[in-house]
Design a protein around this ligand. Sequence first.
Ligand code: NAD
Ligand code: LMR
Length: 340
Amino acid sequence: MMFAARSTLRTTLSKRAFSSTAANASKVAVLGAAGGIGQPLSLLLKLNKNVTDLSLYDLKGTPGVAADISHVDTNSVVKGYTPDQGIENALKGAEIVVIPAGVPRKPGMTRDDLFNTNASIVRDLAKSVADNCPKAMVCVISNPVNSTVPIVAEVFKSKGVYDPKRLFGVTTLDVLRASRFISEVQGTDPTQEPVTVVGGHSGVTIVPLLSQSNHPGISGETRDALVNRIQFGGDEVVRAKDGTGSATLSMAQAGARFAGSLLKALKGESVVEPSFVDSPLFKSEGIEFFSSKVTLGPSGAEKIHELGQLNDYEQKLIEACKTDLVKNIKKGKDFVAQNP
Ligand code: NAD
Ligand code: LMR
């Protein structure tokens, strides 16, 4: 009798501790959770106290990843899903969906070379998100981001659930790299080196605005080398990994930071993060998506910031960026039109 009472008390307490109530629930779903990014990203999300439910979906491997991560001593509940358990169950009730599903680059490839494989993966996952949690904040990591974000938008439009404020291409890794690389040049603390990075997420579409950093005077070969390293930082990792993939660990940190900012925003805090979003900045020139600083709030992208004052050098970078971006965005939109 005594044992039964204690056991009931224990059950009640543990239910209080480990299950979320509707009012404070923050379910985050990771699609592609067993991959190189998915695993460390899921671990970092498990460490985030604002996450109450972590839902890990992949074609295979997620029951193991979920069992493993679920032993970490934070309150959130972790569940793993494969197609057998149903993507709809993974997505039901999700407030944030992070998508790192898809193939990574090998040396010699551009991100655009991933399009043929990743476009259909992202399109199909977007359909599931639209059907099961259409109001979720969707964070797209899968490359080429400049095209996969428009793919998600077109799928959502076709299903009548597109909310431009809730779709984000994750460009945070470019921001991390810019802070780190400028700190290496200056011999400073990278955590104190904010750099605004705008445009898109590949090669010349990545535009760091060094004139707005702590070091507006950087010029000449130092500036050229720094800008080039920020634009092509991904290639550095692809070459070093020598055919086994691209950035995973730094990307996990970047994805966890962006999702973490969205979680804070959902709780009412106003947070500014650069992101590739449906943007008015260059729409008149046919560029529907552009990355710039975005103020995040409970309804998503609440304010898209202007680029601010640019110097001639940055103006030229923006022109080169726009030339590529317009093609990348069109490619994503055309894909969904031709392959609905
Ligand atoms: P990976 O191959 O290690 O992992 C990808 C995972 O996606 C795999 O586990 C795979 O099973 C899963 N997957 C494939 N199709 C799926 C589907 N239909 N449903 C669910 N899961 C599916 O690759 P990775 O290194 O984790 O990279 C993933 C993607 O992220 C790549 O496209 C890469 O280019 C991109 N990436 C983007 C950034 C960025 O800054 N946005 C940075 C790094 C990598
Ligand atoms: C990166 O910037 O590291 C990613 O986009 C992966 C890649 O292909 O470079």
